[in-house]
Write a protein that binds this ligand. Structure first.
Ligand SMILES: [Zn+2]
Ligand SMILES: [Zn+2]
Length: 214
C-alpha cells in the first residue's frame, strides 16, 4: 500500500491493518520460507498499526505489528510457525543530503527530546518534535525517497526481515536429522545409533608407527 507524502498530516496519519488487508497479508506471506510446492500457512493472526507524521522534511513512521511467519528449521528441515512482533520505527525524506544516519536526541536525564540529529551537516535545522516513545538515542537511518510516496509494504517487510533468525530452529532442543539415514531424530532414535560408527581412518588405530629402536 502506498501513501502520497503530501497526504501525510503533521498531526499524524494513522493506519490500522489486520489479516483482512490483502496488502499487509501479502507482505507477511512473502517472508515465509517454504518447500517447493508446499503451501504457506493457511491462516495466521495479523494486527498492527502505523502512525506517519511529517515533521519538516522528514516522515516519521512508528508503530507495531503482531503476526506469525512460517520458517524452515535449520536442523530438522521441518516447517514451523514463529511469532513475529516487530516494533516499527523508521525515518524517510525526499532530501538526498539529509538521508543518512541520524538519531533521536536525548536530554541530560536521558529522555528522548524527540529531536532528530545526525552526523551530516544540516540536521540542526531539521530538529523535529515528535513524541518520544521511550527509544532513547537510537540510531536510525533516514531513508531517501525518490518519489512523492511511501510504500508501507516495504516498511513492514524491512522490519519483519530483521526478526528472522540466521539459523531458524523449530525448538531450541531440536535434535535435527540423522546425518546417516536422514531420519528426524525428534521422533525417536534411528537404527544408526546402534551401529558402531566406522570411519575411513578407524584402521589406523591398530596401525603401529614403525619407529623401532633397533
Ligand atoms: Zn527442528
Ligand atoms: Zn540414522
Amino acid at each position: 500500500m502506498k501513501l502520497f507524502l503530501h497526504e501525510i498530516s503533521e498531526l499524524g496519519t494513522e493506519i490500522q491493518f489486520s489479516d483482512k488487508d490483502k496488502w499487509a497479508m501479502d507482505c507477511v506471506c512473502s517472508v515465509d520460507e517454504r518447500f517447493e510446492g508446499q503451501p504457506v500457512l493457511s491462516s495466521r493472526p495479523l494486527l498492527g498499526q502505523l502512525t506517519l507524521r511529517r515533521v519538516d522534511g522528514v516522515v516519521v513512521v512508528q508503530g507495531n505489528m503482531n503476526t506469525e511467519v512460517q520458517l524452515i528449521c535449520s536442523r530438522c528441515a521441518a516447517p514451523y510457525r514463529m511469532k513475529c512482533a516487530p516494533t516499527i520505527s523508521a525515518l524517510y525524506c525526499r532530501d538526498p543530503q539529509m538521508a543518512g544516519i541520524a538519531h533521536i536526541e536525548t536530554d541530560k536525564q536521558g529522555r528522548a527530546t524527540g529531536k532528530v540529529a545526525g552526523k551530516l551537516s544540516g540536521h540542526a535545522r531539521h530538529a523535529h518534535d515528535f513524541a518520544g516513545d521511550g527509544q532513547t538515542n537510537q540510531d536510525l537511518d533516514i531513508t531517501y525517497l525518490a518519489e512523492d510516496e511511501i510504500d508501507l509494504s516495504t516498511v513492514l517487510l524491512e522490519h519483519l526481515q530483521l526478526q528472522i533468525p540466521f539459523q531458524p530452529l523449530c525448538n531450541e532442543a531440536c535434535k535435527g536429522i540423522c546425518a546417516n539415514c536422514g531420519a528426524d531424530q525428534n521422533r525417536g532414535r534411528c537404527a544408526c545409533s546402534k551401529i558402531q560408527p566406522t570411519s575411513p581412518f578407524s584402521a589406523l588405530k591398530n596401525l603401529r608407527i614403525g619407529a623401532s629402536k633397533n
